[in-house]
Design a protein around this ligand. Structure first.
Ligand SMILES: *Cc1c(COP(=O)(O)O)cnc(C)c1O
Length: 400
Protein backbone atom coordinates (compact mmCIF):
# COMPACT_ATOMS: atom_id res chain seq x y z
CA UNK A 1 0.00 0.00 0.00
CA UNK A 2 1.39 3.47 -0.90
CA UNK A 3 1.51 6.22 1.68
CA UNK A 4 -1.31 8.19 0.02
CA UNK A 5 -3.63 5.22 -0.32
CA UNK A 6 -2.95 4.34 3.33
CA UNK A 7 -3.88 7.88 4.39
CA UNK A 8 -7.02 8.11 2.30
CA UNK A 9 -8.73 4.89 3.29
CA UNK A 10 -10.96 4.54 6.35
CA UNK A 11 -9.39 2.95 9.42
CA UNK A 12 -9.27 -0.88 9.30
CA UNK A 13 -11.78 -3.23 10.91
CA UNK A 14 -9.92 -3.75 14.20
CA UNK A 15 -9.19 -0.04 14.58
CA UNK A 16 -12.87 0.79 14.21
CA UNK A 17 -13.87 -2.10 16.49
CA UNK A 18 -11.60 -0.66 19.19
CA UNK A 19 -12.02 3.13 18.84
CA UNK A 20 -15.06 4.18 16.84
CA UNK A 21 -17.69 6.42 18.42
CA UNK A 22 -15.92 7.02 21.73
CA UNK A 23 -13.62 9.74 23.01
CA UNK A 24 -12.24 9.12 26.52
CA UNK A 25 -12.03 12.91 27.05
CA UNK A 26 -15.84 13.02 27.33
CA UNK A 27 -15.77 10.52 30.23
CA UNK A 28 -13.04 11.77 32.58
CA UNK A 29 -10.41 10.04 30.45
CA UNK A 30 -11.87 6.57 31.08
CA UNK A 31 -10.21 4.32 28.47
CA UNK A 32 -13.19 1.94 28.50
CA UNK A 33 -16.65 3.40 27.86
CA UNK A 34 -18.72 3.43 31.04
CA UNK A 35 -21.64 1.06 31.50
CA UNK A 36 -24.62 3.38 31.81
CA UNK A 37 -26.67 1.44 34.35
CA UNK A 38 -29.79 3.57 34.12
CA UNK A 39 -33.32 2.73 33.10
CA UNK A 40 -34.47 6.31 32.57
CA UNK A 41 -33.10 9.80 31.82
CA UNK A 42 -33.92 13.11 33.52
CA UNK A 43 -35.36 15.91 31.37
CA UNK A 44 -34.03 19.40 32.11
CA UNK A 45 -37.48 20.85 31.55
CA UNK A 46 -40.95 19.49 30.82
CA UNK A 47 -40.76 21.02 27.34
CA UNK A 48 -37.45 19.28 26.61
CA UNK A 49 -39.02 15.92 27.54
CA UNK A 50 -41.91 16.56 25.15
CA UNK A 51 -39.50 17.52 22.36
CA UNK A 52 -37.57 14.30 22.86
CA UNK A 53 -40.78 12.31 22.57
CA UNK A 54 -41.80 14.15 19.40
CA UNK A 55 -38.36 13.44 17.91
CA UNK A 56 -37.59 17.17 17.64
CA UNK A 57 -34.54 16.78 19.84
CA UNK A 58 -31.91 14.03 19.95
CA UNK A 59 -31.28 12.33 23.26
CA UNK A 60 -32.15 9.53 25.61
CA UNK A 61 -35.62 8.97 27.10
CA UNK A 62 -35.95 5.47 28.48
CA UNK A 63 -33.74 2.38 28.52
CA UNK A 64 -35.87 0.04 26.43
CA UNK A 65 -35.14 1.90 23.20
CA UNK A 66 -31.69 3.44 23.77
CA UNK A 67 -28.71 3.62 26.11
CA UNK A 68 -25.31 5.35 25.57
CA UNK A 69 -23.29 2.13 26.07
CA UNK A 70 -25.56 0.50 23.50
CA UNK A 71 -25.11 3.43 21.08
CA UNK A 72 -21.34 2.88 20.89
CA UNK A 73 -21.89 -0.83 20.21
CA UNK A 74 -24.47 -0.06 17.52
CA UNK A 75 -22.17 2.45 15.79
CA UNK A 76 -19.30 -0.03 15.78
CA UNK A 77 -21.22 -2.98 14.34
CA UNK A 78 -22.88 -0.71 11.74
CA UNK A 79 -19.45 0.47 10.62
CA UNK A 80 -17.95 -3.03 10.51
CA UNK A 81 -20.85 -4.30 8.37
CA UNK A 82 -20.81 -1.17 6.20
CA UNK A 83 -24.41 -0.22 7.10
CA UNK A 84 -25.98 3.12 8.01
CA UNK A 85 -27.14 2.12 11.45
CA UNK A 86 -27.67 -0.80 13.84
CA UNK A 87 -29.82 -2.01 16.74
CA UNK A 88 -28.81 -4.24 19.64
CA UNK A 89 -31.38 -6.67 21.05
CA UNK A 90 -31.54 -9.25 23.81
CA UNK A 91 -30.66 -12.34 21.70
CA UNK A 92 -30.25 -13.50 18.12
CA UNK A 93 -33.86 -14.72 18.16
CA UNK A 94 -34.96 -11.26 19.38
CA UNK A 95 -33.07 -9.72 16.44
CA UNK A 96 -34.88 -12.05 14.01
CA UNK A 97 -38.36 -11.66 15.50
CA UNK A 98 -37.99 -7.92 16.15
CA UNK A 99 -37.03 -7.41 12.50
CA UNK A 100 -39.72 -9.64 11.00
CA UNK A 101 -42.54 -8.29 13.17
CA UNK A 102 -41.58 -4.74 12.23
CA UNK A 103 -41.37 -5.29 8.47
CA UNK A 104 -44.08 -7.89 7.75
CA UNK A 105 -47.87 -7.60 7.92
CA UNK A 106 -50.57 -10.27 7.73
CA UNK A 107 -50.90 -11.26 4.07
CA UNK A 108 -47.21 -10.75 3.32
CA UNK A 109 -44.90 -13.55 2.33
CA UNK A 110 -41.31 -14.38 3.18
CA UNK A 111 -39.11 -16.89 1.35
CA UNK A 112 -36.50 -18.71 3.43
CA UNK A 113 -33.66 -21.08 2.61
CA UNK A 114 -33.98 -24.78 3.49
CA UNK A 115 -31.29 -24.75 6.14
CA UNK A 116 -31.55 -22.40 9.08
CA UNK A 117 -30.63 -22.51 12.76
CA UNK A 118 -33.33 -24.73 14.36
CA UNK A 119 -35.21 -22.07 16.31
CA UNK A 120 -35.09 -19.64 13.39
CA UNK A 121 -36.61 -22.39 11.24
CA UNK A 122 -39.34 -22.90 13.86
CA UNK A 123 -39.96 -19.15 14.02
CA UNK A 124 -40.52 -18.94 10.27
CA UNK A 125 -42.41 -22.18 9.70
CA UNK A 126 -44.46 -22.32 12.93
CA UNK A 127 -44.76 -18.83 14.46
CA UNK A 128 -45.13 -16.43 11.52
CA UNK A 129 -47.97 -18.43 9.84
CA UNK A 130 -50.00 -18.03 13.05
CA UNK A 131 -50.10 -14.28 12.34
CA UNK A 132 -51.14 -14.63 8.73
CA UNK A 133 -47.67 -14.32 7.21
CA UNK A 134 -46.95 -17.05 4.70
CA UNK A 135 -43.56 -18.68 4.46
CA UNK A 136 -42.13 -20.48 1.44
CA UNK A 137 -38.97 -22.53 1.27
CA UNK A 138 -36.39 -22.72 -1.50
CA UNK A 139 -32.91 -24.09 -2.02
CA UNK A 140 -30.87 -20.87 -2.14
CA UNK A 141 -27.72 -22.71 -3.24
CA UNK A 142 -29.56 -22.94 -6.57
CA UNK A 143 -30.74 -19.33 -6.98
CA UNK A 144 -32.73 -20.27 -10.12
CA UNK A 145 -35.19 -22.18 -7.87
CA UNK A 146 -35.81 -18.93 -6.01
CA UNK A 147 -37.47 -17.43 -9.07
CA UNK A 148 -40.38 -19.89 -8.74
CA UNK A 149 -40.85 -19.23 -5.02
CA UNK A 150 -41.04 -15.42 -5.29
CA UNK A 151 -44.47 -13.92 -5.79
CA UNK A 152 -46.19 -10.53 -5.71
CA UNK A 153 -46.63 -10.78 -1.92
CA UNK A 154 -43.01 -11.64 -1.19
CA UNK A 155 -41.60 -8.85 0.96
CA UNK A 156 -38.43 -10.48 2.28
CA UNK A 157 -36.06 -13.32 1.54
CA UNK A 158 -34.08 -14.72 4.44
CA UNK A 159 -31.03 -16.99 4.68
CA UNK A 160 -27.83 -17.84 6.52
CA UNK A 161 -24.46 -18.16 4.82
CA UNK A 162 -22.57 -20.21 5.81
CA UNK A 163 -25.69 -21.98 7.07
CA UNK A 164 -26.16 -23.66 10.43
CA UNK A 165 -25.37 -26.59 10.78
CA UNK A 166 -24.14 -27.90 7.40
CA UNK A 167 -22.19 -24.79 6.29
CA UNK A 168 -23.91 -24.49 2.89
CA UNK A 169 -22.66 -21.28 1.27
CA UNK A 170 -25.08 -19.09 -0.65
CA UNK A 171 -24.18 -16.54 -3.33
CA UNK A 172 -25.51 -13.34 -1.74
CA UNK A 173 -25.21 -11.21 -4.91
CA UNK A 174 -27.08 -13.79 -7.03
CA UNK A 175 -29.93 -14.07 -4.51
CA UNK A 176 -30.11 -10.27 -4.08
CA UNK A 177 -30.36 -9.72 -7.85
CA UNK A 178 -33.34 -12.09 -8.14
CA UNK A 179 -35.06 -10.83 -4.97
CA UNK A 180 -34.67 -7.17 -5.94
CA UNK A 181 -36.04 -7.83 -9.43
CA UNK A 182 -39.21 -9.03 -7.65
CA UNK A 183 -39.30 -6.09 -5.25
CA UNK A 184 -38.28 -8.15 -2.20
CA UNK A 185 -35.60 -7.17 0.32
CA UNK A 186 -32.81 -9.48 1.41
CA UNK A 187 -32.02 -10.36 5.02
CA UNK A 188 -28.82 -12.31 5.77
CA UNK A 189 -27.90 -13.95 9.06
CA UNK A 190 -24.12 -13.36 9.17
CA UNK A 191 -23.52 -15.09 12.51
CA UNK A 192 -21.10 -17.73 11.18
CA UNK A 193 -18.90 -15.45 9.06
CA UNK A 194 -18.91 -12.22 11.14
CA UNK A 195 -18.12 -8.91 9.36
CA UNK A 196 -14.44 -9.86 9.54
CA UNK A 197 -14.89 -12.56 6.86
CA UNK A 198 -17.99 -11.43 4.96
CA UNK A 199 -20.03 -8.22 4.68
CA UNK A 200 -23.36 -9.11 3.05
CA UNK A 201 -24.41 -5.47 2.49
CA UNK A 202 -21.45 -5.10 0.09
CA UNK A 203 -22.95 -7.97 -1.94
CA UNK A 204 -26.41 -6.43 -2.19
CA UNK A 205 -28.17 -7.55 1.02
CA UNK A 206 -30.50 -5.00 2.65
CA UNK A 207 -30.36 -6.15 6.27
CA UNK A 208 -27.75 -8.15 8.15
CA UNK A 209 -28.35 -9.74 11.50
CA UNK A 210 -26.32 -11.62 14.07
CA UNK A 211 -26.60 -13.86 17.02
CA UNK A 212 -23.92 -11.83 18.81
CA UNK A 213 -24.03 -14.59 21.43
CA UNK A 214 -21.58 -16.38 19.16
CA UNK A 215 -18.39 -14.87 17.69
CA UNK A 216 -19.05 -11.21 18.49
CA UNK A 217 -19.44 -11.88 22.22
CA UNK A 218 -16.93 -14.65 21.72
CA UNK A 219 -16.54 -15.80 25.32
CA UNK A 220 -19.66 -17.85 26.01
CA UNK A 221 -20.94 -15.40 28.62
CA UNK A 222 -23.64 -13.29 26.95
CA UNK A 223 -26.77 -13.64 24.80
CA UNK A 224 -27.30 -10.84 22.31
CA UNK A 225 -28.57 -9.97 18.84
CA UNK A 226 -27.63 -7.24 16.35
CA UNK A 227 -29.39 -5.89 13.25
CA UNK A 228 -27.71 -3.63 10.66
CA UNK A 229 -29.25 -1.80 7.71
CA UNK A 230 -30.61 1.46 6.33
CA UNK A 231 -31.62 4.10 8.87
CA UNK A 232 -35.21 4.26 7.65
CA UNK A 233 -35.74 0.49 7.93
CA UNK A 234 -34.07 0.24 11.29
CA UNK A 235 -36.09 3.13 12.68
CA UNK A 236 -39.15 0.92 12.11
CA UNK A 237 -37.44 -1.96 13.91
CA UNK A 238 -36.52 0.27 16.86
CA UNK A 239 -39.92 1.96 17.14
CA UNK A 240 -42.07 -1.15 16.74
CA UNK A 241 -40.04 -4.39 16.94
CA UNK A 242 -37.95 -3.25 19.88
CA UNK A 243 -40.08 -0.63 21.63
CA UNK A 244 -43.53 -2.13 21.66
CA UNK A 245 -43.65 -5.54 20.01
CA UNK A 246 -40.86 -7.53 21.70
CA UNK A 247 -39.40 -5.13 24.27
CA UNK A 248 -36.30 -7.29 23.92
CA UNK A 249 -33.68 -4.69 24.76
CA UNK A 250 -30.05 -5.60 25.48
CA UNK A 251 -28.83 -4.70 28.97
CA UNK A 252 -26.05 -2.06 29.27
CA UNK A 253 -23.82 -4.65 30.92
CA UNK A 254 -24.26 -7.02 27.99
CA UNK A 255 -23.47 -4.14 25.60
CA UNK A 256 -20.21 -3.72 27.51
CA UNK A 257 -19.42 -7.42 27.08
CA UNK A 258 -19.99 -7.13 23.32
CA UNK A 259 -17.82 -4.00 23.09
CA UNK A 260 -15.12 -6.00 24.84
CA UNK A 261 -15.61 -8.93 22.45
CA UNK A 262 -15.46 -6.68 19.38
CA UNK A 263 -11.97 -5.46 20.28
CA UNK A 264 -10.48 -8.90 19.62
CA UNK A 265 -12.93 -10.11 16.96
CA UNK A 266 -10.52 -9.89 14.02
CA UNK A 267 -7.73 -11.55 15.99
CA UNK A 268 -10.00 -14.34 17.22
CA UNK A 269 -11.66 -15.01 13.86
CA UNK A 270 -8.25 -15.33 12.18
CA UNK A 271 -7.20 -17.91 14.78
CA UNK A 272 -10.55 -19.76 14.62
CA UNK A 273 -10.16 -19.93 10.82
CA UNK A 274 -6.55 -21.09 10.72
CA UNK A 275 -7.18 -23.79 13.35
CA UNK A 276 -10.40 -24.94 11.66
CA UNK A 277 -8.54 -25.39 8.36
CA UNK A 278 -6.07 -27.75 10.09
CA UNK A 279 -8.89 -29.64 11.83
CA UNK A 280 -10.83 -29.96 8.56
CA UNK A 281 -7.77 -31.45 6.86
CA UNK A 282 -7.24 -33.92 9.72
CA UNK A 283 -10.88 -35.02 9.50
CA UNK A 284 -10.79 -35.26 5.72
CA UNK A 285 -7.76 -37.54 5.89
CA UNK A 286 -9.06 -39.85 8.64
CA UNK A 287 -10.29 -43.33 7.71
CA UNK A 288 -13.33 -43.20 10.04
CA UNK A 289 -14.67 -39.94 8.55
CA UNK A 290 -17.17 -40.30 5.71
CA UNK A 291 -17.53 -36.61 4.77
CA UNK A 292 -16.42 -33.16 5.88
CA UNK A 293 -18.12 -29.83 5.13
CA UNK A 294 -15.81 -26.87 5.51
CA UNK A 295 -15.94 -23.95 3.05
CA UNK A 296 -12.13 -23.82 2.93
CA UNK A 297 -11.74 -27.35 1.56
CA UNK A 298 -11.35 -27.78 -2.21
CA UNK A 299 -13.83 -30.68 -1.93
CA UNK A 300 -16.57 -28.38 -0.50
CA UNK A 301 -19.50 -27.96 -2.91
CA UNK A 302 -19.56 -24.15 -2.80
CA UNK A 303 -15.82 -23.62 -2.28
CA UNK A 304 -15.55 -21.24 -5.27
CA UNK A 305 -18.39 -19.01 -4.03
CA UNK A 306 -16.90 -19.03 -0.52
CA UNK A 307 -13.51 -17.93 -1.92
CA UNK A 308 -15.14 -15.06 -3.78
CA UNK A 309 -17.49 -13.91 -1.06
CA UNK A 310 -15.47 -14.45 2.11
CA UNK A 311 -11.96 -13.40 3.09
CA UNK A 312 -11.52 -16.53 5.25
CA UNK A 313 -13.56 -19.61 6.06
CA UNK A 314 -14.37 -19.38 9.77
CA UNK A 315 -14.31 -21.79 12.67
CA UNK A 316 -17.27 -24.10 11.99
CA UNK A 317 -16.98 -27.58 10.50
CA UNK A 318 -19.59 -30.28 10.09
CA UNK A 319 -18.71 -33.89 9.43
CA UNK A 320 -20.08 -37.38 9.42
CA UNK A 321 -18.50 -40.68 10.39
CA UNK A 322 -18.72 -43.95 8.45
CA UNK A 323 -20.61 -45.39 11.42
CA UNK A 324 -23.30 -42.68 11.24
CA UNK A 325 -25.12 -41.41 14.31
CA UNK A 326 -24.15 -44.22 16.73
CA UNK A 327 -20.46 -43.77 16.02
CA UNK A 328 -20.86 -39.97 16.14
CA UNK A 329 -22.34 -40.15 19.63
CA UNK A 330 -19.49 -42.50 20.69
CA UNK A 331 -16.93 -40.02 19.32
CA UNK A 332 -18.51 -37.17 21.27
CA UNK A 333 -18.33 -39.19 24.47
CA UNK A 334 -14.64 -40.02 23.98
CA UNK A 335 -13.48 -36.42 23.58
CA UNK A 336 -11.67 -34.95 26.57
CA UNK A 337 -10.70 -31.40 25.59
CA UNK A 338 -13.43 -30.76 23.04
CA UNK A 339 -16.56 -29.96 25.04
CA UNK A 340 -20.04 -31.32 24.36
CA UNK A 341 -22.20 -28.19 24.14
CA UNK A 342 -24.38 -26.25 21.74
CA UNK A 343 -23.57 -22.62 20.79
CA UNK A 344 -20.43 -21.71 18.86
CA UNK A 345 -17.79 -19.04 18.40
CA UNK A 346 -16.44 -19.38 21.92
CA UNK A 347 -12.84 -19.79 23.08
CA UNK A 348 -13.63 -23.43 23.89
CA UNK A 349 -13.89 -26.00 21.08
CA UNK A 350 -17.49 -27.26 21.16
CA UNK A 351 -19.15 -30.25 19.53
CA UNK A 352 -22.84 -31.07 19.19
CA UNK A 353 -25.22 -33.35 17.30
CA UNK A 354 -27.68 -31.19 15.29
CA UNK A 355 -30.31 -33.90 14.63
CA UNK A 356 -30.91 -34.45 18.36
CA UNK A 357 -29.91 -30.99 19.61
CA UNK A 358 -29.93 -27.63 17.77
CA UNK A 359 -32.00 -28.91 14.84
CA UNK A 360 -34.24 -31.43 16.66
CA UNK A 361 -37.12 -29.07 15.92
CA UNK A 362 -37.01 -30.12 12.25
CA UNK A 363 -38.96 -33.33 11.60
CA UNK A 364 -36.93 -36.35 10.42
CA UNK A 365 -38.31 -35.87 6.87
CA UNK A 366 -37.43 -32.17 6.90
CA UNK A 367 -33.89 -32.90 8.09
CA UNK A 368 -33.43 -35.45 5.32
CA UNK A 369 -34.76 -33.01 2.71
CA UNK A 370 -32.69 -30.13 4.05
CA UNK A 371 -29.33 -31.89 4.22
CA UNK A 372 -29.12 -32.33 8.00
CA UNK A 373 -28.38 -36.06 8.19
CA UNK A 374 -28.75 -37.99 11.44
CA UNK A 375 -25.02 -38.69 11.61
CA UNK A 376 -23.92 -35.06 11.17
CA UNK A 377 -21.74 -33.54 13.91
CA UNK A 378 -21.06 -29.81 14.19
CA UNK A 379 -17.73 -28.67 15.55
CA UNK A 380 -16.94 -25.09 16.59
CA UNK A 381 -13.15 -24.90 16.61
CA UNK A 382 -11.99 -22.81 19.55
CA UNK A 383 -8.90 -20.87 20.51
CA UNK A 384 -6.98 -23.56 22.39
CA UNK A 385 -3.57 -24.62 21.11
CA UNK A 386 -4.42 -26.24 17.78
CA UNK A 387 -2.20 -29.29 18.40
CA UNK A 388 -4.21 -30.06 21.52
CA UNK A 389 -7.47 -29.87 19.54
CA UNK A 390 -6.02 -32.11 16.79
CA UNK A 391 -4.66 -34.63 19.33
CA UNK A 392 -7.98 -34.93 21.14
CA UNK A 393 -9.92 -35.50 17.92
CA UNK A 394 -7.39 -37.93 16.46
CA UNK A 395 -7.16 -39.98 19.68
CA UNK A 396 -10.97 -40.22 19.93
CA UNK A 397 -11.33 -41.12 16.23
CA UNK A 398 -8.56 -43.77 16.42
CA UNK A 399 -10.28 -45.36 19.42
CA UNK A 400 -13.54 -46.02 17.56
C1 LIG B 1 -27.59 -19.20 17.65
C2 LIG B 1 -28.08 -18.70 16.37
C3 LIG B 1 -29.22 -17.87 16.30
C4 LIG B 1 -30.03 -17.53 17.52
O1 LIG B 1 -29.33 -16.67 18.38
P1 LIG B 1 -29.56 -16.59 19.97
O2 LIG B 1 -28.58 -15.54 20.38
O3 LIG B 1 -29.25 -17.95 20.52
O4 LIG B 1 -30.97 -16.20 20.20
C5 LIG B 1 -29.58 -17.37 15.07
N1 LIG B 1 -28.88 -17.67 13.95
C6 LIG B 1 -27.81 -18.48 13.98
C7 LIG B 1 -27.09 -18.79 12.70
C8 LIG B 1 -27.36 -19.02 15.18
O5 LIG B 1 -26.30 -19.84 15.19
Amino acid sequence: MTETSRRNRQPGLSTRAIHLGYDPATENGALTPPIYMTSTYAFETAEQGSELFRGERKGYIYGRTKNPTQTILEERIASLEGGETAIALGSGMAAISGTMLSLLDAGDEVVIDHTLYGNAYAYFTQALPRWGISVKLADFTRPETLEAALGPKTKLVYFETPANPNLRVIDIAAVAAIAHAHGAEVVVDNTFATPILQRPLEHGADIVLHSATKYIGGHGDVLAGLVVGRAETLQKVRQTGLRWVTGATLSPFNCFLLLRGLKTLELRVERHSSSAMKVARLLEGHAKVASVSYPGLESFAEHEIAKRQMSGFGGLISFELDGGMAEGMALMNRLELVTRAVSLGDAETLIQHPASMTHAIYSAEEREKHGISDGLLRLSVGLENVDDILDDLERALDSL
